[in-house]
Design a protein around this ligand. Structure first.
Ligand SMILES: *Cc1c(COP(=O)(O)O)cnc(C)c1O
Length: 402
């Protein structure tokens, strides 16, 4: 009996999520390698000129050039699509390449976008600065208020763009309500799902059209490579996204795809353990600082909504230490184990001060409107023993008088 390596969607779509994360998308060569092969090749050869012509005409299966297709990248795309429950997926060189492609491939001059204001810094730049350059107007709203989405819609609104939970304020957006509204108005929803990943939250189950990722974060999960992905219907990917990505070239390298494939194998394990650790660290911090913003804890105003659309709240949250930049920087500088880093999704615990790093590019007024105050710090809780993290935070907080 021939085994299914994971390349047959009819089989893999019925596997349970943890199995999909380990095996789906795998294509084996004639050598029968267990681990996915790394295809470092930019081009492909053909047996005859007629074959080359047939492949370019789309009449023959096969690859033509690694800006367009690569077997290692293809395996990653298939694995993410299966995990997402999406018809199709294409990988990109970074999360920002994914967000840019997901928006620009479907928008044109004269279109209008509604976006939630609590977005990753560069995503806000796309909405505030890049789209208007091409005559694409954007309205930025507090995405937690459904009425504001409805009020912002215009006859030329093409896309709703948001992330949930949002970086770094941990605002939670009601996926079902926003997607229902979009569907009723013929608007395409683009959801940045980098924080939760498809292990904890599957926006398409709530009606989202396009789900985009920074795979740099939890999917790699060990702080090694940049990568991104866009998931959608076969029609959206084939007819709309591919024309844009194939010709503009935000292509993921085969090596980086291979690293992320390996990361996905442990994503389910890592994100669940990191969430358990984050809950322990969060409960400790809640006793010691002015305010913590973690949808996983009942103290978060949107805890119930978060738990109704996510399996668990994930490893990242923010806190207000009280005071201002002096206190926030003081806390970071006193850490002995946890690193100061603006990265997230890593198996190491990392902390940063968003106002002076990830969201430095945002005007102060816009930062404050979103709630990114000078006393806010963000933490990515890793795979270390949570008691060591708590010990480190305990001594660092004491050193700033908390
Ligand atoms: C990191 C991040 C991005 C950008 O991804 P890169 O891989 O760094 O380009 C976009 N959205 C969110 C929510 C992120 O955390």
């Amino acid at each position: 009996m021939k085994k299914d390596t994971g390349s047959n969607r009819e089989t893999t779509k019925n596997w349970r999520p943890a199995t999909q994360a380990v095996r789906s998308g795998t294509m084996r060569t004639e050598f029968g390698e267990t681990s996915e092969a790394l295809f470092l090749t930019s081009g492909y050869t053909y047996d005859c000129a007629e074959d080359a012509a047939a492949r370019f005409a789309g009449e023959q299966e096969g690859m033509t050039y690694s800006r367009l297709q690569n077997p290692t990248v293809r395996m990653l795309e298939e694995r993410i699509a299966v995990m997402e429950g999406a018809e199709a997926c294409r990988a990109t060189a970074s999360g920002m390449a994914a967000m840019t492609a997901a928006l620009l491939c479907q928008l044109e001059t004269g279109d209008h976008v509604v976006a939630s204001r609590a977005l990753f810094g560069s995503c806000r730049w796309l909405v505030d600065s890049l789209l208007p350059k091409f005559g694409i107007e954007a309205t930025v709203i507090d995405g937690r208020e459904i009425a504001l989405w409805e009020q912002a819609v215009k006859p030329n609104t093409k896309v709703f763009f948001f992330e949930t939970p949002a970086n770094p304020t941990m605002d939670v957006i009601d996926l079902r309500a926003v997607c229902d509204l979009a569907k009723a108005k013929g608007i395409t929803t683009v959801v940045d799902n980098a924080f939760a990943t498809n292990v904890l939250q599957r926006p398409m189950e709530f009606g989202a059209d396009v789900v985009a990722y920074s795979a740099t974060k939890m999917m790699d999960g060990q702080g090694r490579v940049l990568a991104g992905a866009v998931c959608g219907t076969e029609e959206f990917i084939e007819e709309t996204l591919l024309a844009f990505t194939r010709n503009t070239g935000p292509t993921l390298s085969a090596f980086n795809a291979w690293v992320v494939l390996k990361g996905l194998e442990t994503l389910d394990l890592r994100i669940r353990r990191q969430t358990m650790n984050a809950l322990e660290v969060g409960k400790f911090l809640e006793q010691r600082v002015e305010k913590i913003l973690y949808p996983g804890l009942p103290s978060h105003p949107q805890h119930n909504l978060a738990m109704s659309q996510m399996e668990a709240a994930g490893p990242i949250f923010s806190l207000h230490v009280g005071g201002g930049r002096k206190e926030a920087h003081g806390l970071l500088n006193a850490l002995k184990l946890i690193d100061i880093s603006n990265n997230i999704g890593d198996s190491r615990s990392l902390m940063c001060h968003p106002a002076s790093t990830t969201h430095y590019g945002l005007a102060e007024e816009a930062r404050l409107e979103v709630g990114i105050t000078e006393d806010m710090v963000r933490i990515n809780v890793g795979l270390e023993d949570p008691m060591d993290l708590i010990d480190d935070l305990d001594q660092a907080l004491s050193s700033i008088g908390l």
